[in-house]
Design a protein around this ligand. Structure first.
Ligand code: ARG
Length: 560
């Protein structure tokens, strides 16, 4: 039973469709006022009436029935009380019967969404700055799948540019195969730093490096092989972390993949009269849109980041015919995306409106910021490992006899990192603190995992769930049902707003509602009907919590 839908159909508001009314109906935070509420402020303009008058009128014309048992008007809100027992049975039976599908939908059927995320740079450290794009993208990937979309995850590798010529120079002068094979990104970074130190003394090195890069572009066998090898080695390191975070890609087509795909785009720009010459460079003038020009070709004929993104957009449209193409990239690149989307629009591509820059804020470590240039970056792998170690010591202290401590500490540590990165709305800057993300009593991953393990242990002790009715729910029980009911709409909203943090917040709310119920209501030892009803609520919580955490990429240990 969809209550919001049911209520909206019983209301008649001139000029407002039932669908729109349904979208405004909320679950009040305090259920003593009612179980559902319709804020009437939105209608004041159309109806030319004060919200409290609208609520009053709607109340007077509303016919209560077996489902909606009473209605009241308070401060511009229309509050509805439902038949709680039928509400509860409909929610609980749908959670229990749908299981790991609860919250899913098929609204994405026959629609493809391309998600460009993580998009690391080859031969560069995979550091804490990559955390957000990786876990936000990973969560969106799973959320879209859960809603029935075809999803294509793309790691748009940063594998193009003169830095790869420099790397070849450095490798040939100071590197050797064994060391590079052993050290991978670490060794490649060392070589790169060494190059810059030396090039400061001898600027002619840059010419040589540039010519190596040209060789890569022209398909020179030796240079191309070295470049491919650097790429493979980088991915070996990075994939370890992806595995840990449960991150998946369907394509690793990076910037260099578009080497031979830019030509037609440049031609089309030219034919459409969009290219202007400026100091020898070819640009698209965007001054009419209050933006600096979008650089397409440098005066030496080299392409740019935006040129490759344009080619990638065409390639993705042609290959996947996407419904949406998302770019999970830091807000520092706001201008780049605005420019590049505008260029597509000026080219007359109506699908430019389906491209979305899913921007996010910066992550810094509490212990002090980092600097890439000096090479002292904080590796994501190290952050995860430190969290695992810390989780292990907490678990060891709280529950020394737990089996598989290592494995569980690993789920908890990794979960803490992911949850921490997805805790606040994505545009906010985050200061990452080990103590904060690992606080078992805070709004954290471990808190949710601990609640999950608690549900599991209650169900183990309770045994099989016998017959029950949901007739006389107390406030704690009803609040839990009401919280469980929200999950599908939270998932839907998270997908509409590209905001996985809505699911982290939901998980915390669900856990605190469950924990209040757990502390207030005895379960084992109660009479049969009450016990079974509470066990069913616990099972529904376990299922919903698992679905929520799984969407975020967080594992759910049975014991903790
Ligand atoms: N590699 C880029 C960086 O580290 C991010 C690429 C994002 N994706 C894109 N299609 N531009 O800044």
């Amino acid at each position: 039973m969809n209550y919001k839908n049911y209520i909206s159909k019983k209301l008649n508001i001139e000029g407002v469709s039932p669908e729109e009314i349904e979208s405004y109906i909320v679950l009040p935070p305090d259920t003593s006022m009612g179980d559902f509420a319709l804020p009437c402020f939105k209608f004041a303009k159309i109806l030319r009436k004060a919200p409290n008058m609208i609520a009053e009128d709607l109340k007077n014309s509303f016919k209560v029935d077996d489902v909606i048992t009473s209605v009241s008007a308070v401060n511009g809100y229309l509050n509805f009380t439902v038949n709680r027992s039928s509400f509860a049975s409909s929610v609980i039976s749908s959670v229990l019967s749908l299981g790991d599908k609860y919250g899913s939908a098929n609204i994405g059927e026959n629609k493809t969404v391309v998600i460009d995320y993580s998009s690391i740079n080859i031969a560069k450290p995979f550091h804490i700055g990559h955390l957000s794009t990786t876990v936000i993208g990973g969560a969106l990937y799973r959320i879209y799948k859960f809603l029935g979309y075809n999803v294509v995850g793309v790691n748009h590798l940063g594998d193009y540019g003169t830095q790869f010529g420099k790397l070849i120079y450095a490798y040939k002068h100071w590197g050797n195969k064994e060391e590079v094979e052993k050290g991978r990104i670490r060794e490649l970074t060392r070589l790169y730093v060494k190059y810059h130190e030396e090039a400061e003394k001898d600027p002619s090195m840059d010419d040589e490096a540039r010519s190596y890069f040209k060789k890569i572009e022209n398909g020179d066998e030796e240079c191309l092989a070295l470049f491919k090898w650097f790429k493979e080695l980088t991915l070996v390191d990075v994939e370890k972390v992806y595995k840990e975070l449960d991150i998946h890609f369907d394509s690793y087509n990076g910037e260099s993949f578009y080497n031979d795909k830019m030509e037609p785009v440049i031609k089309e720009l030219d034919e459409k009269g969009l290219l202007t010459l400026s100091d020898g460079a070819k640009i698209v003038d965007l001054s009419a849109y209050d933006m600096p020009p979008c650089l397409i070709l440098r005066s030496d004929g080299a392409s740019l980041y935006a040129t490759r993104d344009l080619a990638a957009a065409f390639y993705r449209k042609n290959t996947y015919d996407f419904y949406k193409c998302l770019y999970v990239v830091a807000y520092q690149q706001n201008l780049h995306f605005k420019q590049f989307f505008k260029v597509l629009e000026l080219m007359g591509k109506d699908w430019a409106k389906d491209m979305e820059h899913v921007a996010f804020g910066m992550v810094s470590l509490e212990e002090g910021t980092m600097s890439t240039r000096k090479g002292n970056v904080v590796l994501l792998e190290d952050v995860i490992n430190k969290c695992k170690e810390k989780a292990f010591s907490v678990i060891n202290e709280k529950n020394p006899n737990l089996e598989n401590k290592e494995e569980i500490a690993s789920m908890v540590g990794t979960g803490a990192v992911i949850f921490g990165a997805l805790s606040s709305s994505r545009i906010k800057d985050i200061v990452f603190s080990y103590d904060k993300v690992l606080n078992f009593d805070g709004e954290t991953g471990p808190y949710c995992q601990y609640t999950y393990a608690r549900c599991n242990s209650v169900l183990k002790k309770g045994g099989e769930i016998g017959e029950y009715t949901l007739d006389n729910l107390n406030e704690d029980e009803y609040n839990l049902v009401s919280e469980l009911e929200k999950f599908p709409s939270v998932v839907n909203l998270a997908h509409e707003k590209y905001e996985p943090s809505m699911i982290t917040r939901y998980a915390v709310d669900l856990c605190s509602t469950f924990n209040k119920f757990y502390f207030d209501c005895k379960i084992i030892g109660e009479e049969e009907n009450v016990k079974n009803c509470r066990l069913a609520l616990t099972k529904a919580t376990l299922i919903t919590l698992k679905n929520a955490l799984t969407l975020l990429g967080i594992k759910t240990p049975e014991k903790m």
